[in-house]
Structure formats: C-alpha cells, structure tokens
Design a protein around this ligand. Structure first.
Ligand code: SF4
Length: 261
C-alpha cells in the first residue's frame, strides 16, 4: 500500500483586510480583501508593484477595518488563512470576499482547495479580480466563483497585449453565468482604435457585459509619467464604445478619494 501524504497547499500573501471596494461593479460594497503576492504582468500604470515578488512577511488585519495588522511569515498554510477570514467575518458586515493581487490566478492550485472551504465557513460570495490573461487557470476555479472583474489590458496604456486570452476569459465567465464586468484603465496615451477593438470583442460575447472605463490615477513616482485622460478624451471614448456595448460607465478609483488602502 502506498502511503500518500496529503500536501497542504500554501499561499504567498501581501495582506488581508476589510475595506470598501473602490472600483468596478462592486464599488462601494464592503469586502474582505485577500491580496495575493506575485504578478507576471508589468503594466505601466501598476499601483501594486509591491506585489510582483513574494515578500518574506504578510500583514493580516485582526479586526475588520481597524488596520490593527499582525505580521506573519510567508508562505501561509490554508488553514491559517481560513481562520483569519473567519475572524474578519463579522455577521452582516461584508458583501463578499475579494481575491486580488498581484494576479490571484497564479495561486490556482491553492485556490482549488481554499475556495470551497472559505465559502462553506463564511457563506460569502467570492469575487475575483484578474488581469484576464490566464483563462486555463480561471477554468479550474470557475465553479467556486460568483463574480469576476477582468482588467482589459490595452497595449497603448498598459504595455501588455493579451487579446486572445481576454476573449477566452470573458467567454468562460459568460458561459458559466457568472456576474462579469470588464475594467479598462485609460490614460492620455490610450489609443481609441484599441478601445473600439475591445468593445467589439466584449460585444461578440455579449453587449450586455458592463464595461468600466477607469481614468488612471496619475503615478508621480513613475520614471515615465502616466497621466490621466482629459475630460474630452473620456467623453469621446465612452461614446465610441457605446456604439457596440450597452453599459459603459466612467468611474475613477473611489477608494483613493476616501484615502483608503
Ligand atoms: S496585472 Fe495588476 S498587479 Fe500586475 S502589473 Fe498589472 S496592474 Fe500591476
């Protein structure tokens, strides 16, 4: 008889905390955020470059919203993360759990085991934020997700190009009847031809999928300045995209206005 020892999966985390979602379809709702370390993209506008590599430690909020962080070593065992989420889960406070990063889908083997457990103990819906470039990994965790926000990476704005992967990604979410929306970060350098192409791509899956144009929050420290688009640009781009998709909303990062994390 072979003695198979079950491998307990670990995650590399940045932080866990409770906050108000500042972007996309869930804006204004209260979520437990699990920010995973590691990202394989290098977007020009990235405001989370501290997530690109796994740090030695992560910070875990003790009481929801109090920012009373405790420091733990990475990697983190699954059972510990479940405990921390249970501790955050004050009855009635949270609308959902947000998987964010970095790129959470780089933790797919962990998520396959973690998500059913955390759903069971909290009963909260699970929301995934992803760069939308790893449809194969998405397919493995689809049954455990309730909603997905996919960042559409325009080459002119992000420096990344993942058209085919984005198409597969949105189609998978739509076929699985998940609540899905697309977020597109726009800057002064955004190319309207790419916006039109992205609108057509979304519309080919369904013109009902909401699209959020998110004017970039200027990054002053960047060697190549990333500047917010002008009001004129944003008005034109919304009109352009609405020829193809029904719901195009322009929403900046509201959590930064609230001075939140
Ligand atoms: S996908 Fe997100 S975390 Fe990764 S580089 Fe782009 S903006 Fe930064």
């Amino acid at each position: 008889m072979t003695n198979k020892t079950a491998i307990t999966p670990n995650a590399r985390l940045i932080e866990v905390f409770s906050a108000i979602q500042g972007e996309g379809l869930n804006v204004g709702t209260r979520q437990i955020f699990i920010r995973f370390a590691l990202c394989d993209l290098r977007c020009h506008f990235c405001d989370s470059s501290h997530t690109w590599d796994a740090p030695d430690n992560c910070r875990i909020e003790r009481s929801p919203g109090l920012r009373d962080f405790e420091i733990y070593s990475n990697p983190v065992p699954l059972s510990m993360l479940v405990e921390w989420i249970e501790r955050q889960n004050v009855p009635g406070l949270h609308d959902s759990i947000s998987l964010t990063g970095g790129e959470p889908l780089l933790h797919t083997p962990f998520l396959i085991q973690f998500l059913p457990k955390v759903r069971l103990v909290t009963g909260l819906p699970i929301y995934l934020e992803s760069g939308g470039h790893r449809p194969e990994q998405l397919a493995m965790i689809l049954p455990y997700l309730d909603s997905v926000g996919m960042d559409f990476k325009l080459p002119s704005t992000s420096g990344e190009s993942h058209w085919q992967e984005h198409e597969k990604f949105i189609q998978l979410c739509y076929n699985a009847h998940l609540e899905v929306f697309v977020k597109i970060i726009v800057s002064q350098k955004t190319d309207p031809i790419e916006l039109e192409r992205s609108a057509l791509l979304v519309a080919a899956v369904s013109p009902e999928i909401p699209v959020f144009l998110q004017p970039v929050t200027p990054i002053e420290s960047s060697p190549t300045p990333v500047l917010a688009p002008s009001p004129h640009q944003v008005l034109n781009w919304q009109a352009l995209m609405k020829q193809f998709v029904k719901h195009v909303r322009v929403v900046p990062q509201t959590h930064k206005m609230l001075n939140q994390l």
